[in-house]
Design a protein around this ligand. Structure first.
Ligand code: FAD
Length: 495
């Protein structure tokens, strides 16, 4: 052991990022380190962030949470995908459904068979072959790892939950396992004059908090990583034009659907996240194209039920912190960067960063090699998600406002340009190293937004027309039959 040993971890911030990080760290490293979480009741949390993606299941399982209890405590519902309405053209919609579509062949994804059929004049809907989509629009759900009697994947799912209740639930969990919570507002961050590292936090109450490693979970304030250490921010607003959101909860409506809705409007888009007791609503927009009043007007005219609170404006800048780990500060959550919630990726980024920190935990002192690798992985992860979100803006055929016309003409990162061109010319799309999104996810957004390829893989010609028609028919029959046998989503929630 040397005297740089990291024994005392301070997590600053008690939003979703703070409590997710605290709970995972105490579960995995609780025998090795002490964890203190500081949060300010006066400042509160951002209070949004209620839709997730399937890896959240692994997070909850790693903590050993019981799914029924979790859904009850957080008023959670099931999410099978995201319905994108008016994104391709007004009046049209498609779903990014989780899980697989159809049946993959060795070396050749199913969509190549669908493209072959389409190029020969077929009009079969690609989503006829998505179990997730069919269950979602029929409002059905039950845990189903595999389709009965086959080796085909069953339902892949995530959750919608009340962010405040989730944080409370994880707080209870973390405190029961030994996380020490301190309530208070940090008024000063003291740096070590030699190393420039964070040495201690001074609270308004006069209390001093010392630690070896600090996790900045202060949200958009980025108190440690930016305000104290001045790490720098890579701005991506030239690729993603939206910079504001307005959020408001509403009473909701029946049935409670098992999917998130993303509805494109003239200068932005709106989300609807159905929970057991209410709906989360919000609108994301560009302040260059809409005033706050205009955006609020559109949101309030399209609410799911009656508003339950005053609408709240949230300003943001899209991009990432240049270093997610700098000196003895690791930023997790909104302090590490912001990507609009179009594909519900922020909570996943928390999960992923907390996991990465645990895997790289610097118990014998912070080594530059470890920090560099952590930062490299974080950068790649952010950039892959950024490209996927930009795709929604670039590949659409809305031309009804300056906002959408500018999207058509705006340059996109070379990494995305390459991917879109390859798909357009050949029908092929490959999941990059460290890409959160699978090939099927990319295929759905590309096809859903009207990028129909000029070609397909030659393996898809291996079936005769009659065999292809049989394949489509048998898959559709199997999926329809499986969906019919599932309980209603709300019935599952009551079980
Ligand atoms: P916050 O929730 O803001 O927490 C910050 C914490 O730091 C608070 O406890 C605060 O009290 C504390 N703090 C700050 N300053 C001080 C101080 N001086 N002293 C002491 N404590 C301090 N993500 C998804 O995955 N899905 C979604 O659907 C989704 N929708 C979103 C919609 C919008 C409009 C926005 C803005 C974000 C959305 N996100 C979504 C992102 C998601 O909300 C965040 O990733 C998540 O809530 C984590 O936030 P946080 O914990 O980093 O910050």
């Amino acid at each position: 052991m040397n005297n740089n040993t990291i024994k005392n971890v301070i997590i600053l911030g008690g939003g979703t990022a703070g409590w997710m990080t605290a709970s995972l760290m105490i579960k995995v490293l609780g025998k090795n380190i002490g964890i203190t979480l500081v949060e300010s009741d006066k400042i509160g949390t951002v209070g949004v962030g209620e839709a997730t993606i399937p890896p959240i299941i692994n997070f909850n399982q790693a903590l050993g949470l019981d799914e029924k209890e979790f859904l009850r405590e957080t008023k959670g519902t099931i999410k099978l995908g995201i319905q994108f309405e008016n994104w391709f053209r007004q009046g049209q919609s498609y779903m990014h459904a989780f899980g697989t579509i159809g049946k993959n062949f060795p070396f050749c994804d199913f969509h190549h068979f669908w493209v072959r059929d389409r190029l020969k004049g077929g009009d079969t809907d690609y989503w006829d072959f998505s179990l997730n989509y069919q269950a979602a629009i029929n409002n059905k759900f039950a845990p189903l790892p595999q389709i009965k009697g086959t080796n085909l994947q069953g339902l892949s799912y995530a959750y919608h939950f009340d962010a405040g209740l989730y944080a409370q639930y994880l707080r209870k969990y973390s405190e029961s396992k030994g996380v020490k919570r301190v309530e208070g507002t940090v008024k000063e961050v003291k740096l070590c004059p030699d190393s420039g590292e964070v040495q201690e936090l001074l609270l308004e109450s006069g209390k001093v908090i010392n630690g070896d490693l600090f996790v900045d979970c202060t949200g958009l304030a980025a108190l440690l990583i930016e305000k104290a250490l001045g790490t720098g921010f890579e701005d991506w607003s030239h690729w993603l034009p939206c910079d504001r959101a307005i959020a408001v909860p509403s009473t909701g409506s029946k049935p409670i659907v098992p999917y998130t809705r993303s509805i494109a409007h003239e200068c932005g888009w709106q989300w609807r996240i159905p929970l057991q007791h209410r709906t989360g609503n919000g609108i994301v927009y560009s302040s260059r194209h809409w005033t706050d009043e205009q955006a609020q007007g559109v949101l309030m005219n399209n609410l799911d039920g009656e508003a339950l609170a005053e609408p709240r404006v949230i300003r943001f800048r899209t991009g990432r912190r240049r270093k997610q780990w700098h000196k003895n500060v690791v930023s997790i959550g909104l302090s590490s960067g912001f990507l609009e919630p179009l594909e519900s990726t922020s909570i996943h980024l928390i999960q992923s960063a907390a996991t990465r920190l645990i895997k790289s935990f610097p118990h014998q002192g912070i080594k530059p090699e470890e920090v560099a690798e952590f930062n490299r992985q974080s950068q790649v992860e952010f950039e892959r998600i950024r490209d996927f979100i930009i795709l929604h803006y670039k590949a659409n055929q809305r031309r009804d406002s300056d906002f959408w016309r500018e999207c058509e003409n705006r340059d996109v990162p070379e990494t995305l340009q390459r991917k879109m061109e390859l798909f357009r010319r050949t029908g092929k799309v490959f999941r990059d190293y460290d890409d959160l999104f699978t090939e099927v996810a990319w295929q759905q957004v590309l096809i859903g937004q009207g990028v129909v390829p000029e070609d397909y893989h030659t393996i898809a010609d291996g079936l005769s027309d009659a065999q292809l028609a049989d394949l489509f028919k048998s898959l559709k029959t199997l999926i329809d039959g499986t969906v019919k046998g599932l309980p209603e989503h709300e019935q599952f929630l009551k079980m």
